[in-house]
Design a protein around this ligand. Structure first.
Ligand SMILES: Cc1cc2nc3c(=O)[nH]c(=O)nc-3n(C[C@H](O)[C@H](O)[C@H](O)COP(=O)(O)OP(=O)(O)OC[C@H]3O[C@@H](n4cnc5c(N)ncnc54)[C@H](O)[C@@H]3O)c2cc1C
Length: 299
């Protein structure tokens, strides 16, 4: 782990992506300072409690670190995918996996790409300020890679949808205020029977967060189960204006999500190499730095 105290930004920033420029470097310094001041000192506690503090979302919003590639008219940073990548890198290089700003951003992208103007005005500014935490709720116990197997059912009743079912492995699940929720609106059509509802969870009757799941890694992340029992939501939270668009909307946005996972994976490896290099120079045994021993030099 990174030693507490003085930030060691320089070691980690030896690994610079080829698309960086001066503006992104300045933004990276802001992000690195925030991460080292507002997150790193709390990480051990966050790992133990299995979630980050809610306050850090508002601090990140106030520092301009949320919805980086969403237009400024909706409260976002007005940047592009590179700005998002910079923040992913600064977190992943320090092995900080509790703060789920990735799925938060992805949730916002569904609103941005498929929502009405009213949807964007309703949710994006509050997501950018960190007042509303987003999650994407696709996976179910019987539907992971095969998303067409989703069974959580939403039935239209007048001006509402009534939702019954459950989700699992939902990042930010324990803290989410806004769910991008994939539901089945037509049981007879595997592909065209899926729709996306944007669901605000505060005070929602019949909605319950289940277990925060134990995982091999990412202990500070509140990956959770979600349950819906006769949950009624206004019909105008349907994304895209018509039922049956859910699979196509996911096909449009999942590549963005998967690309961010790759960026984090590479950054986490770079961080591990940088931290190992630092440690073997610093750690002494038998009168010299352990990096000078032949077996350390092999690797
Ligand atoms: C830490 C974490 C966070 C997550 N966060 C979220 C989240 O925020 N929201 C959300 O909705 N979901 C989330 N997920 C769920 C994740 O998207 C699913 O785990 C993933 O889609 C795989 O589904 P599954 O676990 O059911 O595995 P399965 O689909 O059952 O797959 C099991 C194995 O079979 C293989 N397999 C499946 N289909 C094929 C095929 N056609 N060809 C070859 N091999 C195949 C898979 O590669 C895998 O090795 C999260 C998962 C984890 C672990």
């Amino acid at each position: 782990m990174m030693a507490a105290g003085k930030p060691e930004v320089s070691v980690l920033q030896d690994y610079e992506s080829p698309w960086m420029d001066d503006e992104l470097r300045a933004f990276r310094d802001t992000a690195a300072r925030f991460v080292e001041k507002e997150m790193l000192p709390h990480d051990a506690r966050w790992r133990a409690q299995h979630h980050v503090d809610r306050e850090v979302w508002r601090l990140a919003g106030a520092t301009g670190l949320l919805l980086l590639d969403v237009p400024t008219e909706y409260g976002g940073g007005g940047g592009d995918f590179r700005h998002e990548c910079v923040l992913y890198q600064e977190l992943a290089r320090r092995a900080l996996s509790g703060f789920g700003q990735g799925v938060h951003s992805i949730c916002a992208h569904y609103v941005l790409n498929y929502g009405t103007e009213a949807h964007k005005q309703r949710w994006l500014p509050r997501m950018a300020s960190g007042d509303l935490i987003g999650a994407i709720a696709m996976t179910e116990p019987g539907a992971g890679s095969d998303l067409q197997g989703i069974r959580t059912r939403a039935v239209r009743e007048g001006d509402h949808y009534v939702i019954n079912g459950s989700k699992i492995f939902i990042t930010n699940g324990g803290s989410a205020d806004l769910l991008m929720l994939v539901v089945r609106t037509n049981p007879d059509d595997r592909k065209k029977g899926l729709s996306i509802l944007m669901v605000e969870t505060q005070g929602l009757e019949g909605y319950r967060v289940g277990r925060v799941l134990d995982k091999m890694g990412m202990p500070a992340q509140d990956t959770a189960e979600l349950f819906f029992e006769n949950v009624r939501v206004p019909a105008d939270c349907l994304l895209g204006g018509e039922e049956g668009r859910g699979m196509y909307q996911m096909m449009g946005d999942l590549p963005y999500e998967r690309a961010t996972i790759a960026v984090c994976g590479v950054a986490a490896m770079e961080g591990a190499v940088a931290e190992t290099a630092r440690y073997i120079k610093e750690r002494k045994a038998f009168g010299k730095a352990i990096g000078e021993f032949q077996n350390s030099r092999f690797s």
